[in-house]
Design a protein around this ligand. Sequence first.
Ligand SMILES: O=C(O)C(=O)[C@H](O)CO
Ligand SMILES: [Mg+2]
Length: 261
Amino acid sequence: MPKFAANLSTLFNEVPFTERFAAAAQAGFTAVEFLFPYDYPAAQLKQLLDENNLKLVLFNTAPGNVAAGEWGVSAIPGREAEARADIDRALEYALALEVPQVHIMAATVPPAADHQAYVDTFVRNMRYASERFAPHGINLLLEALNPVTKPDYLYASQYQTLEMAARIDRPNVFTQLDLFHAQLVDGNLSRLIRENAGRYRHIQIASAPDRHEPDEGEINYPWIFALLDDVGYDGWIGCEYLPRGNTLDGLGWFAPWAKKS
Ligand SMILES: O=C(O)C(=O)[C@H](O)CO
Ligand SMILES: [Mg+2]
């Protein structure tokens, strides 16, 4: 039985961020995820979660200087102190908000840069993060991003993040299987889901190629949800899509699973 989390960074964007918690709960979600919590005190976010009986199931480490093209700091050589401070801050938020997993953002790699140096830096910082988070039972996730949405990101293929997780070789490090990115880069989603069950601990969904509701495009999500049940996936499924129009108007696909108020 799939468990869905509303991504408040992309859904319910008709209202300000702090009003999206109530909107998600009223739409029948019991869990949420979003990109970054850092613009708000943890206590304020916890109150919003508690008031709406919502679990927070994922957020990311900080993105760095987005205006300068950065998308994560954990792989940038020479920025280790900043990356580890971001990891420590993410841990503080994860503990305060009772979050079971955090996506550690890697970095975009400038075309002329030494890619291996970025990989080696990321492995070291991930092992640092693993040691910080493991005593609290919190998992760390790596996510491949397709090169159209995010050019020059450290990894684009699911098979690269699976290999990276194996190289990091820590028991609380897994991949985040965003099926939108996976379809655009790797395809053969059934093989990915079947052959790597247990190595991904979070899933995100959106249509391909347009990243809208999961009721259009190339991916047959009802079939995918049944396959996920078949392989015993019991994690959350993050609804990280860009609504075609009003969020509520596009939630017909979610009706079978929405919590009835
Ligand atoms: O971009 C995505 O798909 C994500 O899930 C990350 O949170 C941000 O890149
Ligand atoms: Mg994603």
